[in-house]
Write a protein that binds this ligand. Sequence first.
Ligand code: F6P
Length: 331
Amino acid sequence: MKTIGVLTSGGDAPGMNAAIRAVVRTACQSGLNVFGIKRGYDGLINNDMQMMDLRSVSDIIDRGGTILFSARSEEFRTQAGIQKAIDVCRMRGIEGLVVIGGDGSFRGAKELSEQAGDIRFIGIPGTIDNDIPCCDYTIGYDTCMNTIMEMVDRIRDTSESHGRCFVVEAMGRYAGHLALNAGISVGATCILVPEVPYDFEEDVIKRLKRFLATGKQHFIIMVAEGVWHVNGSDPKGSCTQMAKEIERLTGIESRAVILGHVQRGGSPTVRDRVIASRMGYMAVNLLMQGQGNRIVAMQNEKLLHFDMHEAAKMTKGLDRELYDVAHIISI
Ligand code: F6P
């Protein structure tokens, strides 16, 4: 193998730059050419890339976002788009592709690789949602949890001053990992996630009233964004509506906060930088060993890699034990 490409795809995540840096530096030091492909698969289809060297990734380890930019490519979902991407790889001599992104991005790489036959890919899990089945941990998750914690600590200050209830929405389109863990870290009174059905009367209103009776005067309800997707028909289907309902039914003055994209940015934590660096190094080494179509993954604090078919069969649920613990200690 002489030439590889690296791209970031899907929602960006803090730590992606550290992974890019590790990929580029490992490749350069191993005598490989490495192209930095811009805007994910859109850049690949449109031949938008540049040759990287050791210095093109200087001073990025501490930066959030991705220097290669990211996109969710519509064209790459089509047969014509995949074929264009394959043609560009052939023209540039790209034999190995490192894809930093989420599950959807890996599925795209799998298609490309299977159709091309001679282009191998390695996936590096990068998404704040931590929702990739074969991995305990995805790049950006740790930074994001810390960001949520910091933001909600601030909300707690004002919530305490005014004796209010805040309904805080964390990201996580399909998964509640962020809301659960960040919720525990801020001592949220209730944590609502898409994986666990809840009854608004029982699990929120009655709980708040019980705590009010014990003298508690301010509250944080941490909601994963995915809750609104599973409970789409729920009349309390948004933070704002839920806050209004809480105020109406309990008399506690309530406010809603959607943390939004602030959660996706910021300088990565130590954990994200170190794991991203290790994953980038491993990805290039796998390609050089002749391996391909594998996903690099952290499991039980060990860095492993799985065949993409094996990885596609895996499932990952929410840590129910942790959810139950949160329920007991948030009182
Ligand atoms: O990065 C994952 C994620 O943050 C989801 O939790 C969220 O629903 C989504 O991305 C929003 O992304 P965008 O605004 O880029 O479509």
